[in-house]
Each structure stands twice: as C-alpha cells, then as structure tokens.
Design a protein around this ligand. Sequence first.
Ligand code: OSB
Ligand code: MG
Length: 382
Amino acid sequence: MIAPDRMELCEIRMPLREPFRISSGVTDTRRALLVRLRDRDGAEGWGECVAGERPHYSPETVDTAWLAITQWIAPLVLGRDFPAPADLYDLLDRSMRGHRMARAAVEMAAWDLAARCDGVSLSELLGGTRSTVSTGISLGLQRAPDRLAELAKEAVHTGYRRIKVKIAPPRDRTELEAVRGVIGGDFPLSADANAAYGPEDTEHLIQLDAFGLTMLEQPFESDDLLRHAVLQRRLTTPICLDESISSPARAADMIALHSGRIINIKPGRVGGHTAARAIHDLAAAHDVHVWCGGMLETGIGRAHNVALASLPGFEFPGDLSPSARYWQRDIVDPAWTMNDGALTVPRGRPGIGVDVDLDYVDHCTVRREQVHSTDPDTGREA
Ligand code: OSB
Ligand code: MG
C-alpha cells in the first residue's frame, strides 16, 4: 500500500556536454522537472518528467507538465491510499485525458515509493529479471557526415552495442554511408527520423533498405499509424514507433494495423511504468519487439528506465548511455557508468537504487513548489 501525502516539484537546469539536435529541434540545456513524492511516515519516491522545453517531440512541455501536476494530478493523488502504483495509474487514467508525461512523473515516483516501502528494488517490483541492461548510443544530427562518422567510430570503441543516428532529409543517405564506412556492414545500426518525413518520401525511404538498418524509427508524424502501415508493407527494414505510441491503446492499434514491428518504450512518454509494462506484455503476445528509449534524462529518469529495461522482453540495447555522456555531473550517487556496453541494474538496493544528491539538485533548481494534500471539506491542508 502507498499513501502519498505531499509532493515537491522542482525544475532544474542541466547544461548538456554537447547540444543534442534532432530533426524537430535542439537541446543545449535540459530543463528537467523532478517530483519527490512523500508519505506520512517520511518515505519518499522520485520521478522525472521527460517533457521537453518546447513542443517539438510531443505537445507536452516542462511548463504544461508543471501546470498539470500542480493543478490536477497532485489534488487527485495526495491524501489517498492506493493498494499499488497501478491503482494510482488507473485513477489518473479515468480522471483526465492526455498529459501522459506529467502523469508519468508522478506515477513513476509512486513506483519508487512503493518499492522503497516494500524494501525491494524497483526492478524486482516491476518484474525485472536482468542484472545488466545493454546500451546503445543515440547520436544527434551533426554539422557534417564526417563528424557523425567520427562519433560513431568512437562509440564502437567505447563499447556501445548499437548505434542510432538521427536522420532528416536531404543528407540522410550521405550520413548513413559515412557511418557504415567506419563501423562496417554488420554492426547494429538504426536511424531515428523524429517524424521528419511524409508519405511523399516513400520511394526515398525504400532506398534506405540498402543500409541494413536494424530499424527505422518514427519516419512519419505521430498520428499517422495508417501511413506507417502502408510504408511498412513496402519496406524491408522494420519500422519502430516512438512518438506514435502514447499509450497501450496506441500500441494495440499499431499491432492491429501492422504500422511497424518494433516499439520504443519510454515509460515517461506513456503515462508511467504501469502503461509501459502493459505495452511490453502486449508486444510479447504479438511477436512485436520492444526496447527502452531515452529522453536525455538525468540520473533519476535513467534509473527508472534501467529498472524497466530489466524486464525480459527488452531485447535490443536501450538508449541508456552512462551519466558522463550527457552531464559534467549527474544528480545521483553513484552516477551511471557503462561496463562492457551495459549498465548494472541496482537490484540489491531498494527503489530506484541510486541516491539523489540533494545539495546538487538545490544548486541546479530554478523553481520549486510544495503541494500538500487538502481536506476535501475545508480545502485546507490536511
Ligand atoms: O526520439 O528517441 C528520441 C532525445 C530527445 C527526444 C527524443 C529522442 C531522444 C533520443 C535521446 O534519441 C536518447 C537518449 O536519451 O540518449
Ligand atoms: Mg525516437
């Protein structure tokens, strides 16, 4: 049972070591919204919202999530008892539409809280079985194909088990050629378009089959399940959907329509671990592959992704780079490190398995708000 009683929201700013550019925009300083959920006994759980600074990847942003959490989500969940985090997910799902990134930040904090109260690791509570999760790197758009090739080569030497490159027309083929030139024809390589193409690019996309990609991620707009299905019929390369899969229902639609063969699961995008696990189970039942994506998370969001990726269905390496790839200094202790192309799942520690460096979080914080449960009769703090 969990009984969340109050929460603290803080927005931190973390400069990325290198700006990260995708077809829909660039991030140089990550604004991250952290949720610290607490119960009456002082137990706590942490979550991180994956919404971006601007509505490029999805309609949600840090600011819409802040509003959604303080105005609607917190009043719903604080001061109530939940037998399990899935019940908190169900309440939110029944009570509001959209705002899944905002909901996920709170729902995932609830999973951490539940795991800590039970004295088990989040991985165990979720049903994870792996003690390590393999890692792939996601390389942003670069100023020149040579630079991209250089980074790809470096990534192979660092031990990454898969390379994903961001692509956009018109340089996609030159870039993939340059990367294949340095990593060879067999090294696992995928490409992520972040919806940079449209159905009119179909003939062009079919030519990308020549690069032997493990998958082509999100070529079309997120709403375009039907057009993805039409494209998949003509493409040998499996389509992987990311932005399109906003919920278990959209995953079911993708499977029914054959809009792709692989799903990039990000718990922070779909409403949290409950929905992420439902998608994982649904995919397994339909021979669809899944893997765990990333959203340039700090060490807290990464801990959640690592725990989820320890579930048996996560076969492909995840976008789960070590802390040092993104940050000069991460907000968790220990920071995430990569050994032999994998991160270790902290299964011996309760909850997310890393400590939050409160002093450093304070140092990075630009906005903070406390929300308490209120008495439904008086509207006053309970
Ligand atoms: O499409 O997977 C994506 C980062 C921000 C927004 C969208 C995406 C990404 C990544 C980064 O690919 C993956 C990572 O966190 O390393
Ligand atoms: Mg993606």
